[in-house]
Design a protein around this ligand. Structure first.
Ligand code: F6P
Length: 359
């Protein structure tokens, strides 16, 4: 009988509980036990290790659609690779982690996380030498290379779209514009998808340069006197500091365009998990368990052309764009962004949505 550990790290999103539940169900069918580690690596390095045995009583099926993680993702300042590296205690941290894995007698560890966790785990891979180490990608930012989708992205798009839908009604009533600032870090995928879905007139993303005067002109000449402009949190405007939505709002105000800003913030990470995210979480849980059965290690589950498979973490680490972690200068993470080949860019452009100076 195998013993599997599962933990969630990084920012939460919808779909984590579905993935955890499916891992538990699939493991049960194989006669394996699943230990859920509480608070990610913080719980794993606590003395005693904080974990729960995952059973149907702990996570009943009706709760698997709920956002957040039943295992928690750790509080700010929790002990993880990043905070340990910042404090210069990485060596001691790795030792604790290794000992905890041995103490729990784990055969495999499934880490449901993002590109930061995966890159750090790979850089410190010696720590996991005695277990099969499997990663499942989740994030609303969609900034993980080698997978066409990450768990949580679809629900975030739905949440942001609904937020914009509601604002559109009040925008119309008052003949004004809303500048909605989305999450996503340096990746514009969330803003692009929700902007198109909600009928936004303009979508500004970090990947595409934009011209404020042209944006203002577009809004002035729009066929309606109300609407939505979605700006991704990662955009910057030369000479301006502060929140991107505020910068754009000020430019509109200067041009006598009535407007307000709106910040959906962490509602993008919550909301009942969409069916699409539940299916993806189920497929990735299945792929993770199959990988354990096939004696794979240091792999990540990835969606490619509608099928979930595994890719090696070594491959992941050289894919996408290599970015130096501002908190740990010695660490390079692998990031993905909206590709200039993304058909949505052309579609948005053809539909008259201002998406910057694309052509
Ligand atoms: O990476 C997920 C994310 O929600 C980003 O989109 C956002 O910039 C960040 O996390 C917010 O982090 P926090 O929850 O710490 O404010």
């Amino acid at each position: 009988m195998k013993r599997i550990g599962v933990l969630t790290t990084g920012g939460d999103c919808s779909g984590l509980n579905t993935a955890i539940w499916r891992i538990m169900q699939g493991a049960k069918l194989r006669g394996w036990r699943v230990l859920g580690i509480i608070d990610g690596t913080d719980g794993l390095t606590s003395n005693p290790v904080r974990y729960i045995e995952l059973t149907d009583d702990v996570l009943p099926v009706e709760n698997t659609r709920l956002s957040g993680s039943i295992l928690h993702n750790g509080h700010a300042g929790a002990l993880n690779f990043e905070t340990a590296a910042a404090k210069g205690t990485l060596k001691a941290f790795n030792k604790k982690l290794y000992n905890a894995i041995r103490e729990l007698k784990l055969d495999a560890l499934i880490l449901i996380g993002g590109n930061g966790s995966f890159s750090l785990a790979w850089a410190n891979r010696e720590t996991y030498r005695d277990v099969q180490f499997i990663c499942i990608p989740k994030t609303i930012d969609m900034d993980i290379p080698l997978t066409d989708r990450t768990i949580g992205f679809d629900t975030a798009v739905e949440q942001l779209t609904r937020f914009c839908d509601q604002l559109m009604l009040t925008a119309r009533s008052h003949h004004r514009w809303f500048v909605v600032q989305s999450m996503g870090r340096d990746c514009g995928a969330l803003a692009l998808n929700a902007g198109i879905a909600s009928g936004a007139s303009a979508i500004l993303i970090p990947e595409i340069k934009f011209n404020v005067d042209k944006l203002v002109k577009r809004i002035k000449n729009a066929s309606t006197d109300y609407g939505i402009i979605v700006v991704s949190e990662g955009i910057t405007l030369r000479g301006h500091s502060g929140k991107p939505a505020d910068m754009i709002s000020r430019a509109l105000t200067r041009a006598d365009i009535p407007n307000r800003t709106a910040f959906p913030e962490h509602t993008q990470r919550s909301g009942d998990t969409t069916a699409t995210d539940r299916i993806l979480a189920t497929s990735m849980a299945d792929a993770a368990l199959n990988a354990i059965e096939n004696n794979e290690t240091y792999v990540m589950t990835a969606l490619e052309n509608g099928r979930v498979k595994t890719v090696s973490l070594a491959e992941f680490c050289t894919a996408g764009e290599q970015v130096t972690d501002p908190n740990i200068p010695s660490l390079v993470t692998s990031n993905a962004y909206v590709s200039m080949d993304d058909p949505l860019l052309e579609i948005a452009h053809d539909m008259g949505i201002y998406i910057g100076e694309i052509k």
